[in-house]
Design a protein around this ligand. Structure first.
Ligand code: DAT
Ligand code: MG
Length: 149
């Protein structure tokens, strides 16, 4: 089993899409093992998006991501990192595949609704940045045998 970090960005919260977005991950079988709502400070956002510091879009990204509450979660399942990224869709919603969150619910790169870790190592770093160990739960669901072989 693998864990990944996913965050519904301020536009997702403002547009009332938290339920719709979480529904898609749950429907796929991914298990929510941690979840919380918060508004990112500038310093915290810089830590989260450290790799993008200095890029032309960084200032806009920082303003957008700190503009309102976000919903952060850790999802667990088979190849959770890749599965969550596939469910999210490509970075630019206008070019994302139909059926993905970004394509179905958005249009622009700077309002792309959701963040997801881009690899297993990033997932570990981001989970540690966002959640304390005791905020993550290990539990089984009665339906797990119908999702995990
Ligand atoms: P992703 O969120 O798909 O992992 P990323 O890590 O490359 O994409 O970039 C982080 C966010 O920054 C992305 O969700 C939207 C924004 N962004 C990335 N590239 C951009 C660009 N060329 N112009 C505007 N915003 C961009
Ligand atoms: Mg990224």
């Amino acid at each position: 089993m693998e864990r990944t970090f996913v965050m519904i960005k301020p536009d997702g919260v403002q547009r009332g899409l938290v339920g719709e977005i979480v529904r898609r991950f749950e429907a796929r079988g991914l298990k929510i093992v941690g979840m919380k709502m918060l508004q990112m400070s500038n310093d915290f956002a810089k830590k989260h998006y450290e790799v993008h510091i200095g890029k032309p879009f960084f200032d806009g990204l920082l303003k957008y991501i700190t503009s309102g509450p976000v919903v952060a979660m850790v999802l667990e399942g088979t190849e959770a990192v890749a599965a969550a990224r596939a469910t999210m869709g490509a970075t630019n919603p206008a070019k994302a595949a139909p059926g993905t969150i970004r394509a179905d619910l958005g249009l622009e790169m700077g309002r792309n609704l959701i963040h997801g870790s881009d690899g297993p190592e990033t997932a570990q770093t981001e989970i540690a940045l966002w959640f304390k160990p005791e905020e993550l739960l290990s539990y089984s669901r009665t339906i797990d045998a119908w999702i995990f072989e």
